[in-house]
Design a protein around this ligand. Structure first.
Ligand code: SF4
Length: 213
């Protein structure tokens, strides 16, 4: 796979920011608590599904105070159409307990502190901070990974290495680039049959020869 040149990287950066500077997550949430839970549930699960299962969960447990004392089986029942629901149920209760005990019920909006919560790794922490604060951070999900590789921005084998490469190459506007690459990968540069005829990056793409355009 050919690599994008410095000039091409600048152009890709410009076009994404032009189109996606106001883009936000498709997860529905009303506050930091709901956002962290929604992002945690969305791992290996679609945003669409999370948007279906989360409202009844938030209705029953409107804050960490209620979720911290929830019965595990009750939480499992509410989220059992989501992948890995057993672990996710355990983690979100533990997360709520720690937020109650250590942070007085307020979600700590800090990269390191967020990662002390059960089930919250670097990617989840970054997604939360990008969405909630517009933080200059990158997070690599399956869409960002695919798009970065098709555009010749990264040939890394892992999401974490791809994240580091994108941060180094793009440097700023990372929140818009992250949101943009997720939406672009979800709706245009899809895994199967990408919509290359609707794409605004065809002249910069390193993969399109492999697809039916
Ligand atoms: S031309 Fe096609 S494969 Fe290339 S970035 Fe655009 S949608 Fe993706």
């Amino acid at each position: 796979m050919k690599k994008a040149t410095r000039k091409e990287i600048q152009e890709i950066h410009k076009r994404f920011v032009e189109r996606y500077s106001d883009a936000v997550t498709e997860l529905k949430y009303k506050n930091a608590y709901e956002l962290v839970i929604a992002v945690a549930l969305s791992a290996q699960c679609t945003d669409k599904r999370v948007n279906i299962i989360a409202p009844p969960l938030f209705e029953k447990y409107p804050s960490t105070k209620e979720l911290a004392v929830a019965e595990l089986d009750d939480v499992k029942k509410l989220i059992n159409s989501c992948s890995f629901f057993n672990n996710k149920a355990k983690n979100i209760i533990k997360m709520a307990q720690r937020v109650e005990e250590v942070y007085g019920g307020e979600i700590p909006m800090d990269e390191k502190e967020l990662q002390t919560l059960a089930g919250v790794g670097q990617k989840t922490a970054h997604v939360v901070m990008i969405e909630y604060l517009g933080a200059n951070l990158m997070a690599v999900d399956t869409h960002v990974f695919r798009v970065a590789h098709r555009l010749g921005l990264s040939d890394d084998k892992t999401a974490i290495a791809t994240e580091a490469t994108l941060v180094k190459k793009f440097k700023n506007d990372l929140h818009a680039l992250h949101q943009g690459m997720v939406l672009f990968g979800r709706y245009i540069c899809t895994a199967k049959n990408p919509k290359c005829d609707e794409c605004f990056l065809t002249d910069l793409c390193k993969s399109k020869e492999g697809f039916k355009v």
